[in-house]
Design a protein around this ligand. Structure first.
Ligand SMILES: Nc1ncnc2c1ncn2[C@@H]1O[C@H](COP(=O)(O)OP(=O)(O)O)[C@@H](O)[C@H]1O
Ligand SMILES: [Mg+2]
Length: 369
């Protein structure tokens, strides 16, 4: 059996869950290439014939420090540096794979780079006719410019997103009318610094908001019109749909207490049956078709996680973002009829890898750094 190697953080859940999925399908345990070693510039040793998966470094503090520079991991900022370092690291892995006979990279560095830039991701989807909320074009340099551009667009409600953010870090759901503002965010401003917190706060003081937006703008902003989302039981919802090798295989409803639905901010897994019933068979089919079309814009990526919003009318859809590493959904089984019934998101990917690379099954690749 050809070996698989994973670029990740040793011991991290993503790595162990993927390894479990490999074991369940009779594969050897994948070798792990630590992100920290890639980011330190150490040599990347790959055995011939290895299939190389790039995963997220997860919450690893050392990888974070190598990417954003030293500092408190909970701080917000450094997204542009994170992105440049991450893409350079992934590209180095790509070159090492290309230089190894028979080795295959199970990812596309340019796809990953675009998915981690919400401006470029939005532009790629929009150009392909995938429904996305309208966005302000061009750079938004700070709070004053944000308000001017909102006035020009006649938008009173927007989502301000750090271009390279994830996990709702630094995202602001903003309602503004003249000097009256209401900004919901998990960012906490203390002593002129921004930190992520696990609860949503509401800022109504405009000077504070201006400081926050100006701090965030240093790393680039993507600003979208607020898309009013459907709700269930009084909670705004969206869907995370994992698309594996072109097919939407897993979906989870995320129901938030506030305007963001991210699970670590108090969002909970909602009732998928209620959502499919609310959409009706044709609406549900359309939702999955939009996710498949979204994933098709990232053809070099084995799996992507699409954040799909459903409009308050339960008819309209809009893609909030595409996650390169949106597959960490423990214990979630495949959708009925999606072809991955009984498999988790990692199991579905291992099966897809085997289907693509089956002829090379009898090998022995191992990977060490
Ligand atoms: N334009 C929008 N209108 C309404 N809600 C949005 C919009 N964009 C994002 N959201 C909500 O905000 C949350 C985080 O946004 P997302 O773009 O997925 O960023 P992140 O990478 O931080 O998860 C999601 O739960 C989504 O439902
Ligand atoms: Mg998201």
């Amino acid at each position: 059996m050809t070996g698989i190697a994973v670029v990740g953080t040793p011991g991290d859940r993503r790595v162990t869950m993927f390894a479990d999925a490999c074991a369940r399908q009779g594969l050897e345990e994948p070798a792990v290439v630590p992100w920290t070693s890639v980011l330190r510039g150490e040599e990347i040793g790959i055995e011939p014939e290895t299939l190389v998966r790039i995963d997220s470094p997860g919450e690893d503090a050392e990888a974070d420090a190598l990417l954003r520079g030293p500092g408190e991991p909970s701080r917000i900022g450094g997204g542009a540096r994170w992105h440049a370092g991450f893409v350079a690291g992934a590209a180095r892995v790509g070159r090492a794979v290309a230089a190894t006979p028979g080795a295959v990279l199970l990812a596309d560095v340019e796809d990953v780079s675009v998915m981690f830039d919400k401006r470029r991701c939005h532009a790629r989807l929009s150009a392909a006719g995938v429904p996305v909320p309208p966005a302000l074009a061009g750079p938004v340099g700070g709070y004053a410019e944000l308000r001017e551009r909102m006035d020009e667009a006649r938008w009173g409600r927007v989502f301000v997103k750090p271009a390279h953010g994830s996990s709702a870090s630094g995202i602001i759901a903003l309602h503004a009318s003249g000097r009256r503002v209401r900004a919901v965010t998990s960012a906490e401003l203390a002593s002129g610094e921004l930190h992520n917190s696990l609860r949503l706060r509401c800022y109504e003081n405009e000077p504070d908001l201006a400081v926050i937006v100006d701090l965030l703008a240093a790393d680039g902003l993507h600003v979208e019109r607020w898309f009013p989302k459907a709700s269930l039981g009084g909670r705004a919802i969206d869907l995370r749909v994992v698309v594996v090798d072109g097919t939407p295989t897993h979906a989870v409803v995320r129901a938030g207490r506030g305007p963001m639905t991210n699970l670590h901010l108090g969002g909970v897994r909602g009732d998928l049956g209620a959502v499919t019933a609310g959409l009706g068979p044709r609406g549900w089919e359309r939702a999955l078709e939009i996710c498949a079309r979204t994933a098709a814009r990232f053809p070099g990526s084995l799996a992507v996680g699409v954040d799909l919003m459903i409009g308050v009318d339960w008819r309209e859809f809009a893609v909030a973002e595409v996650n390169a590493f949106g597959d960490l959904l423990p214990r979630l089984e495949g959708l009925p009829g999606g072809g991955a019934e009984g498999l988790d998101t990692y199991g579905a990917q291992v099966r897809a890898i085997l289907a693509r690379h089956a002829p090379a099954r009898e090998g022995r690749g191992r990977c060490v750094t």
